[in-house]
Design a protein around this ligand. Structure first.
Ligand SMILES: Cc1ncc(COP(=O)(O)O)c(C=O)c1O
Length: 394
């Protein structure tokens, strides 16, 4: 019998697929590594960095980003849960992995087996992990989380002494780290972060009184890494900074996106003009006719919509870049399609590249801009770029 023909199953090269495709995201791993180096230099050699790659690396691709960060020497990677941690392990990543948002009953054996480091704060976390570590005859490092005011995850400071006693009695668990998370570190006008820091200091004193001196003490997310060196302790957990974004900071009542750190966005998001049409003045564009042309216009249709993660709230608000010029989004963003007015852009034609996030010449649109136009945060924009959008790495 003839061997089956497999050539029709061979996928085209991802790069050409993406560049020929309807919409794609370009992820520069070199820029990610550069941003990591900037952060490392900023915090200095005494402070370890847990590079946060949860939520598929904030939409950039967790495995690719983790491999790049590991190659750059990141000592820790932060993910949300064991499932994300296992994905990285199965890609051959051996850097330490911190599970930042707790565990589920039943996954403790796999956490131990995959050498993942859980964050703990509940009695049952400790009981179950101790049992699993005993069964596999290892001592499992854990990080204890203290809720210092966000009222989300972690033990209260009041419950800490009892939890410490419990941990001290565990032969197969070692308290390697203690952490908390800030609610609003980017708001420099508020004393909330100082209050949280003071509560955390109290927690550290309780730990010390119980004979626990974990080497990894960590509080700082990106905002704290940027602007609050007093919070750095022995480790920080930056996420969005590594992807090239300093958070808008509030200082003296003013919102500013400025950061002294020379970071660059890692991801650009692009598409191409699918079709162009001339539309007379006074015509309604798109679903529900929310945009009426004021004059004779040229409307370009681009194949990106909310199914790709381009939020519907950007309707009539966002702008894109075509041939080095800004072009406004007109009408409703729909599931697969968005319209932009290119009447002022000479020669705009089918196949032209359209920048949704990225830069061209002096013009740029970034995730902070998109977030501002649709009442969101850059995190949601980046994480929201859907799986339908191929990521192309360089
Ligand atoms: C516990 C924890 N640490 C660190 C981070 C990273 O935050 P950012 O991206 O603001 O640096 C997050 C993200 O939400 C988090 O949940």
């Amino acid at each position: 019998m003839n061997a089956p023909r497999l050539d029709h199953l061979v996928l085209p090269d991802l790069r050409s697929l993406a560049l020929d495709g309807r919409t794609w995201a370009e992820v520069s791993l070199a820029t990610l590594r550069e941003n990591f180096r900037v952060v490392r230099e900023h915090v200095g050699p005494q402070v370890a960095i847990c590079a946060v790659v949860k939520a598929d690396g904030y939409g950039h691709g967790a495995t690719e980003c983790a491999l790049a960060l590991e190659a750059e020497g990141a000592p820790w990677l932060g993910v949300t849960d064991a499932a994300e941690g296992r994905t990285l392990r199965s890609a051959g990543i051996w850097t330490r992995i911190l599970l930042m948002t707790g565990i589920w009953r039943g996954e403790e054996d796999s956490i131990v087996a995959h050498n993942l480091t859980p964050t703990v704060w509940e009695n049952w976390h400790i009981d179950r992990l101790e049992k699993a570590a005993r069964k596999q005859q290892v001592v499992l490092p854990v990080h204890l989380k203290v809720d210092t005011g966000m009222n989300r995850l972690g033990t209260t400071v009041q419950a800490l002494p009892e939890l410490c006693e419990k941990l001290a009695a565990c032969e197969h668990l070692r308290v390697e780290g203690v952490s908390t998370h800030f609610a609003a570190a980017e708001v420099m006008d508020s004393d909330e972060t100082s209050r949280q820091t003071a509560r955390f200091e109290k927690a550290l004193a309780i730990l010390a009184a119980q004979g626990l001196h974990p080497p990894l003490v960590h509080m700082g997310n990106s905002a704290a890494v940027s602007a609050r060196p007093e919070t750095w302790k022995t480790m920080v957990r930056p996420g969005i900074l590594l992807y090239g974004y300093a958070l808008p900071t509030v200082r003296d009542g003013q919102v500013t996106a400025e950061s002294s750190l020379p970071l660059r966005p890692v991801l650009s998001w692009k598409t191409r003009i699918l079709t162009v049409k001339d539309v007379a003045a006074g015509e309604a564009v798109g679903y529900m006719g929310t945009y009426i042309t004021q004059e004779r216009s040229r409307i370009a249709v681009v194949p990106v919509g909310y199914a790709d993660g381009y939020p519907r709230l950007l309707s009539n608000r966002a702008r894109v870049i075509v041939r080095g010029e800004y072009a406004p989004v007109v009408g409703r963003v729909s599931m697969d399609l968005t319209m932009v007015d290119v009447g002022h852009i000479a020669g705009a034609a089918v196949g032209d590249e359209v920048i949704l996030i990225g830069a061209s010449g002096t013009k740029s649109v970034d995730a902070v801009d998109l977030a501002a136009w649709c009442e969101s945060v850059p995190y949601e924009i980046l994480c929201g770029i859907s799986q339908r959008v191929p990521r192309v790495y360089s």
